[in-house]
Ligand binder design. Structure first.
Ligand code: PEP
Ligand code: MN
Length: 335
């Protein structure tokens, strides 16, 4: 249940409300929804609570939500959440395009790619400075000097910057340079980092954990919203199944399901799902046709020599051709 408070809801009214909830033995949490002050009561022991609350003054609305995730639920907020930073916009009919290298390798490489992805229609540049690598022997990213390069790329191109953080300290550091913090698949259920993201006041791009159900994915997003940060972009990046031919399996059906379950924007990362560049266009077309609110695609000016994920990276030209088609498909399904 979500209790929406009127703007002028006073301290003593709040005290009374908390006492009432405590008397029922209900746990509750203060948060925000659509910019309004709300109290989330995930479960109540009273079957008359809605009725009692609707009689209290200063309570604007009581929303019954039956799912374990509350603030993320489509029932909680009927209008789509739209996230916009710089010229990047996703959700509510806007198809946001993000392109860039898996990892920031040098200033020259990053700026060259930034210029090319912008020309191809991207409004955001994604490049990793802190890289979660399966092997400790692989390149781990340029860290803070990579963030500085990304900030330079924004200054040169006007692209919004998205980059990953892997722990709470990195979230704060990334927020000093970037416009959006990415939480990768491996940290999708790291609840301490999600709590940290809830304290932030910039958008968070949350990838689906590769073994998370949709409900678990939305519960992760709920951590961020419960903390007071409503700006969450969900990213489907493929899940692990018995199939190993592609790197992961892209569950296209997750897109319409998430659109039904939540008001948050959902973008698709076809690159990590496919693991091979030749499959990226087909998965991107499918994502756009299924109603995704955008794409996050790995693009490299020299994929063969990329320090990370070159095998799945498109060249800027391939990206440009693909994005043109994706935009048409998105429009066709009324984006
Ligand atoms: C990435 O975006 O470069 C990345 C590591 O993605 P994921 O967390 O989805 O594996
Ligand atoms: Mn990558």
């Amino acid at each position: 249940m979500i209790i929406v408070l009127a703007k002028n809801f006073g301290r003593s009214q709040k005290q009374k409300l908390f006492e009432l909830l405590t008397r029922h033995g209900d746990s509750f949490r203060e948060s925000k929804l659509g910019g309004q002050q709300v109290i989330v009561v995930p479960e109540t022991n009273s079957n008359q609570l809605s009725e009692v609350l609707s009689r209290l003054s200063g309570i604007e609305r009581v929303i019954d939500v039956n799912e374990p995730y509350q603030l993320c639920s489509r029932n909680a907020k009927l209008t789509d959440t739209v996230i916009s930073v710089q010229e990047f916009k996703t959700g509510g009919g806007s198809f946001g395009i993000i392109g860039g290298p898996c990892t920031v390798e040098s200033e020259k490489q990053t700026i060259e790619i930034a210029i090319r992805v912008r020309k191809a229609g991207a409004a955001a540049l994604r490049g990793g400075a802190f890289k979660p690598r399966t092997s400790p022997y692989s390149f781990q990213g340029l860290k803070e000097s990579g963030l500085k390069i990304l900030a330079k790329a924004r200054a040169e191109t006007g692209l919004a910057i998205i980059t990953e953080a892997m722990n709470s300290e990195e979230v704060s550091l990334v927020a000093e340079y970037a416009d959006v913090v990415q939480i990768g698949t491996r940290n999708a259920q790291n609840y301490r980092i999600l709590e940290k993201c809830g304290e932030m006041r910039l958008p968070i791009l949350l990838k689906r954990g590769f073994s998370c159900t949709l409900e678990e994915f939305l519960m992760s997003a709920e951590y961020i919203l419960a903390g007071g940060n409503e700006q969450v972009i969900l990213c489907e990046r493929g899940i692990r199944t018995f199939e190993t031919y592609q790197r992961y399996t892209f569950p296209v059906g997750a897109i319409p399901a998430l659109k039904m379950l939540t008001h948050l924007p959902i973008i698709v990362d076809p690159s990590h799902a496919a693991g091979r560049a030749e499959f990226v266009p087909s998965l991107s077309f499918a994502a756009a046709a299924a109603g995704a609110d955008g794409l996050l695609v790995e693009v490299h000016n020299d994929p063969k020599n990329a320090l990370c994920d070159g095998r799945q990276s498109l060249t800027p030209k391939e990206f440009e051709i693909m994005i043109k088609k994706c935009k048409k498909i998105a429009k066709l399904v009324s984006k």
